[in-house]
Design a protein around this ligand. Sequence first.
Ligand code: 2NF
Length: 251
Amino acid sequence: LKWYPAPKHKEWNGPGTTPHFPEIVLGRCYTYTQVLRPELRHMDCQEIAKAFMRAFLSKDPCSSAEQDYQQLLRLTNQTIPCGTSVFWSKSNELAHQYTKVQWAMFTLEDMLVGYMADNLDWCGDHSSSDMNYESCPHWRKDCTTNPKSVFWDAVSRRFAENACGVVQVVLNGSISNTFDRNSTFGRVEIHNLYPGKVPTLQAWVMHDVGGVHRHSCSSPDINDLKLILRNRNIRFTCQDDYRPIKFLQCV
Ligand code: 2NF
């Protein structure tokens, strides 16, 4: 009698690991270090991809910890000039359009580690050395301590800790939670800026063209952000529909 493994059932509520995850991560690492930012040519993409896999393979996908990514963080350490960090929240596309035309500015996804992982899903399993391509824990429905959420928290924390000079954030003024305390920006990034290194945070509150203006710089929401930063001794400035970003919404 031949033994067939039981068909794998969907364990979790989130999408499974992106097909060819290891190849995509390795390929993106080479693209970034050899083509986009050749000053990082010396980085070891084989080691970097290996450290990424080791962070979550053969582990319970609801017991992920930032510690698991320490080796990956060490290997992808990257410094950028002061005054070039751009944070974003609920403004994914626009913020990246902005740093695309402002080649000297960096969002986390313009850094090697963020570039490798952007838009991918990944998780493993305690009882297998392979990735789970069927499903991964959903951060709301299953657990927040999943490999992907923990990764973004860890790399966002480091991105904020390493920031220096005047930093910027692109916010979405056309939605109800323009400043969301539970977002990565509100929960992790603003609390990990070093006041001694970051004198000022500049916020750009952007409104969709022809869309509603739910919040502007004078909204109570934005005032919350201002108060948090004031308590941390970081100066706050805010501008609605900052022109250099505004014109990108029209192209
Ligand atoms: O996927 C990314 N590239 C990513 C994910 C999380 C955080 C990037 N970040 C970094 C960026 F550098 C930005 O500065 O944090 C900032 C943006 O995160 P945000 O949470 O402030 O912004 P949102 O638009 O609310 O969310 C961005 C993405 O993250 C997911 C969310 O579903 C969206 O796809 N997300 C937010 N919080 C969690 C969480 N706790 C989350 N996914 C899983 N667990």
